[in-house]
Design a protein around this ligand. Sequence first.
Ligand SMILES: [Ca+2]
Ligand SMILES: [Ca+2]
Ligand SMILES: [Ca+2]
Length: 449
Amino acid sequence: MSSLRRTPSRRTISRVSRQLLAAALLALGLLPNIAAALPAADFDADGISDATSVAVDENGDLAWSCRLSSTQVEQDLGMFGAEGDGIILGHWNDDTTPVLGVVYKNDATDSVTWEVADGQTAVDFGTPEDLLIAGADFDNSGKMDPAVVSRNGAKLTWTIKYDLLSGLETEPVAQAFAFGVVGEKPLFVNYDGTGDWLTLLSQPRLGSYALKFLNPRTGIRRRTAITKAVGRAGRPVPVAQADGSDLLVFAKVARGATKLFTIAPNGAPMSTASIAAVGTLVVGEYDLSQPGEEVGVATASATYVLNPVTRVALTITRNASVPVDEVNIIALSGEEDSVINGCVPEKPSGGFVWKPNSDTSYFAVAVMPGSIEGQVKKVEVFSKRGALVKQLTYYGCGNPDSNGKRCNFKDFALTGADYKRKYGGIILKVTLKRGCRSYSIPNPAVRVD
Ligand SMILES: [Ca+2]
Ligand SMILES: [Ca+2]
Ligand SMILES: [Ca+2]
């Protein structure tokens, strides 16, 4: 059956509960925004990106607007999508006209619907568990190519549907690539100016980082080691240079500022800079006097941009609610799992318990399932970003379940509430004599079992 379907007009906007508002704002405002090496969202066709925003109205619908660079006036772009949707604004039809778009979970089919505001194109592609890549142009056609990254055991499979939302009646060409393992962070980078490459931020060993690239047109692969200071900043954004190839900008938030590390795809450092604001990372052509795209931080009152090569800064005053970039990498099901050295977090079960306060020693304790009695070599606490916090102390086994005794690993300095305050969520990595397992504890102040 064709995956392309036509709707007569904009879909009936589903009503999502008000509780999802906060999640929607988080998704819209805080997910990393990734721009392609294409002209950025430019509604007035003057070659300069127009800072774009969405606001959720009282009905839960998304109201779009932008500040036109030519007139400095806020322009209403209409209503499209609903709270909780992912934003996929971009060049879906051609390489010059930005089109509003959203992705959302299709509950009827348990798939993901990609819909653009041309009044007719809505396509099901991928599942809610996939990572959705919006904004890459892998075949360099000038029209963006939706891609989904799905898990296949411990491996990642990328599926690209070329020019999928361009409104053509023909079935799009699809291509699949086995590239990466669970825990590596997918993105896309125009490595050499010939179109986007599949890209992974990888952590081969704790404290060691690399970028891996695969050219989908030729099959050529590249690998670049990057320093710990840069890699620990997390998934970078591609920022186009004047020749069409991308630089990679890593952003790290600390003490009310956003520190930006810029490298070339071959790992060569280009610049470091800091913007004295925290907000949504945006990429676009904001300053025509500086070569290539700029990267910036958008807040509700201003967008602070700088050119990552010349480091010339520019402030764009704006007055709108939730800033959006034109392109995104979207996890509709929530955060991607944090994976420590290849250990994929599993749902706590089988007798596992996290107690914020031990009954006997006050501080936090983790109780292992009876099924792994005698197999545990160590239990360590990691931050959600993958930094080792500490190793818990073995404290004996008891209280057997049907599989065996349950062994205790204790902290003697921090309670669950202390962990919450210091680290937010944590991950417990359990090293076994053979293999490992890990448990994600989003709120260590609360008992998990
Ligand atoms: Ca413009
Ligand atoms: Ca394309
Ligand atoms: Ca520029």
